[in-house]
Write a protein that binds this ligand. Structure first.
Ligand SMILES: NC(=O)c1ccc[n+]([C@@H]2O[C@H](COP(=O)([O-])OP(=O)(O)OC[C@H]3O[C@@H](n4cnc5c(N)ncnc54)[C@H](O)[C@@H]3O)[C@@H](O)[C@H]2O)c1
Length: 261
């Protein structure tokens, strides 16, 4: 992907104060995009935006909880005031934690659905009409290898991330005549704060050491290492680029070969 390929376009990346979202925001900035950095944690959002600006890019910080409709609407209003539109929406925010199904109360279930699915619905609802009006746009949803296969202790997460894939497939067909492409990315184990926290929870649930769990997890990956957020960001950059003009409704794995369908 060449620099400045998407010069002047505007992207919003949810949960871009850290991890995959941060890497995605930086990747898009390198491609010439003005990035709306969005996070519930203002310090993290500012830190990503400062890095982008230090590298010569343009970023707007928006703070809000992606599971609260009032916050989402406020963020959307601010973005429309500042930039007028969003050309590339990356629904990145999500949550996974190791939890046994029998320990999962309804409020836990709702928490996973809210962060992985409601946020995606609400941000898409805010920005899709503008894309339809302009006859162009890209929506990129971050699913997971758990969006293609089910995982023990990750039942709600697997259900939600399969939902992200289903949403992507359905919406892609609904807006195919409007110049809008909708695709998803399905990362495997990626070294972010949530990943390390998850390995700790998994070790505790399995009564094993963290090292043992790490060894087992890496052992199951054909390419034998955990991935970096930059790998996910590169796929998002590709999906945002003109190279994927004829590609919609797809869910692309980036998992060191862990997921192959
Ligand atoms: N890390 C992995 O191994 C992995 C694998 C597959 C999929 N994913 C997906 O990638 C996405 C990002 O995960 P990550 O690992 O980068 O997480 P992370 O914890 O490293 O970063 C998440 C960011 O989202 C922000 N955030 C949390 N709750 C929020 C809310 N309610 N509103 C707005 N922002 C909020 C956090 O402050 C943080 O900056 C998620 O959808 C996750 O399911 C991650």
């Amino acid at each position: 992907m060449s620099d400045d390929e998407l010069n002047g376009q505007i992207a919003l990346v949810t949960g871009s104060g850290a991890g995959n979202g941060e890497a995605i925001a930086k990747q898009l900035s390198q491609m010439g995009v003005k990035v709306v950095v969005n996070d519930v944690d203002e310090d993290k959002a500012r830190s990503t935006a400062e890095d982008i600006e230090d590298a010569g890019g343009e970023a707007l910080v928006t703070v809000g909880d992606a599971t609260k409709q009032s916050d989402v609407k406020q963020v959307a209003e601010r973005v429309k005031e500042e930039f007028g539109q969003v050309d590339i929406l990356v629904n990145n925010v999500g949550l996974f934690e190791a939890i046994k199904f029998t320990d999962m109360e309804l409020e836990d279930w709702n928490k996973y659905m809210a962060l992985n699915l409601d946020s995606m619905y609400m941000y898409t609802y805010e920005f899709l009409p503008g894309m339809i009006e302009r006859g162009c746009g890209r929506i990129i949803n971050i699913s997971s290898d758990a969006g293609k296969s089910g995982y023990s202790e990750l039942v709600a997460y697997s259900a939600a991330k399969h939902g992200v894939v289903g949403f992507t497939r359905g919406l892609a067909k609904e807006v195919a005549g409007n110049g809008i492409n909708v695709n998803a990315v399905c990362p495997g184990y990626i070294k972010t704060d949530m990943h390390w926290a998850f390995l700790d929870q998994w070790a505790e649930a399995a009564g094993k050491s963290r090292d043992q769990i790490e060894e087992e997890a890496i052992g199951g990956i054909p390419l034998k290492e955990f991935g970096k957020p930059e790998y996910v960001a590169a796929v998002v950059g590709f999906l945002a680029s003109p190279a994927t003009e004829w590609m919609t409704g797809q869910s692309i794995n980036i998992s060191g070969g862990l997921e192959t369908h």
